[in-house]
Ligand binder design. Structure first.
Ligand SMILES: N[C@@H](CCC(=O)N[C@@H](CS)C(=O)NCC(=O)O)C(=O)O
Length: 205
């Protein structure tokens, strides 16, 4: 049985839980982190010395780092469609995971953190403004990359959608100015119809 440690409103936990939902993996989730705490307990640190969520244990196998967990779950429970077996098809969706983590996410988390986790009086709006310019450029690039595709790697949802699409609920609900993104808006509308996205990603932040 798969166990997932992590609070439901953590974006990194949400990627894991969205995957678990899409692949219909029997599991239990244990709240940890944030107001639940527990990350510095000896039991937790024995599983993840980084004291971060998410962490999973699957039949005795322990793993942390959300993207590594999504890839592991995909390979074990979603081989064929969610986890393409063809190396080139798999690399194409993996490219979105890396691009999201290394290009889009650093600016995304800067904007999100300042606007939603830092007190208004402490907020660094210069940081927000410069990150938002780069973030919106990244989304315009994603708009081009998505042209003619239903999902990031083609006609079916794959693990690359978890990384990229997992950010859209927050992006479209933050009080920021966004460029016109008709392709991404249509893509986001289709994600919002998926039961696992509704339950695990569309969570108040
Ligand atoms: N690169 C790691 C980042 C993990 C991370 O920073 N997790 C945050 C939550 S999103 C955390 O553990 N924060 C401490 C807490 O929630 O108490 C991953 O993708 O899993």
């Amino acid at each position: 049985m798969l166990t997932v440690w992590g609070r439901a409103n953590s974006s990194n936990v949400q990627k894991v839980m969205w995957t678990v939902g899409e692949l219909d993996v029997p599991h239990v989730r244990i709240d940890a982190g944030g107001t639940y705490g527990g990350l510095d307990s000896p039991e937790f640190l024995a599983r993840n010395p980084n004291a971060k969520i998410p962490v999973i244990e699957d039949d005795g196998f322990v793993l942390w780092e959300s993207n590594a967990i999504v890839r592991y779950l995909g390979a074990k429970y979603g081989a064929g469609s969610f986890w393409p077996v063809d190396p080139q098809a798999r690399a194409e969706t993996d490219q979105w995971v890396e691009w999201t983590a290394n290009v889009l996410y650093p600016d995304f988390i800067t904007v999100f953190w300042e606007l939603h986790r830092v007190a208004e009086t402490e907020r660094n709006m210069h940081l927000v403004e410069s990150a938002l310019v780069r973030l919106n450029k990244s989304f315009q690039l994603a708009e081009q990359m998505l042209t003619g595709r239903r999902f990031v790697a083609g006609d079916a949802l794959t693990f690359g959608d978890i990384s990229f699409g997992g950010n859209l609920y927050r992006y479209f609900n933050m009080a920021i100015e966004r460029p016109s993104l008709p392709g991404i808006e249509a893509y986001y509308a289709s994600l919002q119809e998926r039961p696992a996205y509704k339950v695990h990603v569309m969570v108040p932040f």
